[in-house]
Design a protein around this ligand. Structure first.
Ligand code: TXA
Ligand code: MG
Length: 330
């Protein structure tokens, strides 16, 4: 990865710098991307390891799902089922500060870590001209949470990003101050119903005028405001047993480092004990072992201890939620 580079992009001379940012994204690096709402910490949304680096750089203690940024509605349709209602919203408000949460297509190459194992996906086509050129040049959807350390205020200038993330970002693309200044409005469209998950850059009235009906509030539904807040959230069908040294006869094993399990039904999050690699593999391995349990009539997935530092905090958070009692699921 190259050294952190900072450059000022003007609307007349963006190409070289944007191409360098696009190359950084293609190689799995992190780019501070100007958008009209706030600056995003951007990475290739189809690359699990790159998405894991976003969580690491932000110091996020949980795997809250991220927004995938796409150039337009046609690109969004590769990843999600767009209902007629979602289409009306996208056609009216994209590109712009609206994020649509809708059903993920099983064929989508987007990282499972990006959507934190959910069956829905958050998509947005940003309006900032530099973000748009960057998305075209990168040729891949881009995952981007706000480019600040977890818990800090969202950045609206390149200077804010540098202050918050310093050398954790590989390339800072300076597109001037974000003109909206608050994050996008997030609307969950479930068939013919639209729920407001987060107030943001497009106001409620504008959306209600477009859909010709009141927006429902998230508490009307089981859909949580921030999915990561649920105690038991994305739980596999099999039960989890944490901090296990080895597997019982009715268990599959999810290993880490040297604690790799002594059963044929095992996968290792990272044989070398690399927490970034472990985060990148987490949801895919949980799904795969869940299928193994189903096929072999196993009851549980035993999970090796995961260190608590770095991305280990988020991995443990998610494993604890997946292992939590889940009356609803039984
Ligand atoms: O304006 C914005 O939206 C900025 C710029 C960079 O695009 N991005 C941003 O991302 O604010 P972030 O990660 O800070 O916020 C994304 C929000 C989180 O609260 C997350 O819970 C929610 O989107 N989200 C993502 N995927 C979701 C899903 N499948 N279902 C429900 N909420 C989801
Ligand atoms: Mg944020």
């Amino acid at each position: 990865m190259q050294q952190m580079t900072t450059c000022r992009v003007t609307m007349t001379t963006p190409d070289r710098m944007i191409n360098q940012a696009a190359e950084t994204i293609k190689k799995g690096g992190l780019v501070a991307m100007p958008t009209e709402t706030v600056y995003g910490l951007a990475a290739d949304a189809t690359n699990d390891a790159a998405v894991a680096r976003i969580f690491e750089a932000k110091g996020r203690p949980t795997f809250n799902p991220l927004i995938a940024h796409v150039p337009d509605l046609a690109a969004a349709e590769e990843h999600a089922t767009i209902s007629p209602l979602a289409r009306i919203l996208a056609e009216s408000l994209w590109p712009g500060p609206l994020t649509l949460v809708t059903a993920r297509r099983p064929t989508s190459p987007l990282s499972l870590l990006l959507s934190a194992g959910l069956d829905t996906i958050a998509l947005r086509a940003p309006a900032h001209p530099i973000a748009r050129v960057l998305l075209e040049a990168a040729g891949t959807p881009v995952a981007a949470p706000s480019a600040n350390r977890s818990g800090a205020v969202s950045p609206t200038t390149a200077t804010h990003v540098r202050e918050s993330l310093g050398d954790k970002v590989d390339y800072v693309l300076d597109g001037g101050a974000s003109n909206v200044g608050v994050e996008s409005t997030i609307v969950h469209v479930n068939g013919g119903d639209a729920f407001l998950l987060r107030a943001g850059g497009v106001d409620r009235k504008t959306i209600e005028r477009i859909i010709g009906a009141p927006l429902r509030d998230h508490f009307d539904t089981e859909q949580p405001l921030a999915p990561g807040m649920l105690a038991s959230h994305y739980a596999p069908g099999a039960f989890l047993r944490l901090d296990a040294q080895s597997a019982e006869p009715d268990e599959a094993f999810l290993g880490f480092g040297d604690i790799a399990g002594d059963t044929a039904h095992s996968l290792n999050l990272s044989a070398s004990g690399d927490l970034r690699e472990a985060a990148a593999n987490l949801f895919a391995h949980l799904r795969a072992l869940d299928a193994v349990c189903f096929k072999n009539s196993l009851k549980k997935i035993a999970v090796a201890p995961i260190p608590a530092h770095g991305l280990g905090e988020a991995i443990n958070d998610r494993l604890t939620r997946a292992a939590a009692p889940r009356e609803k699921f039984e």
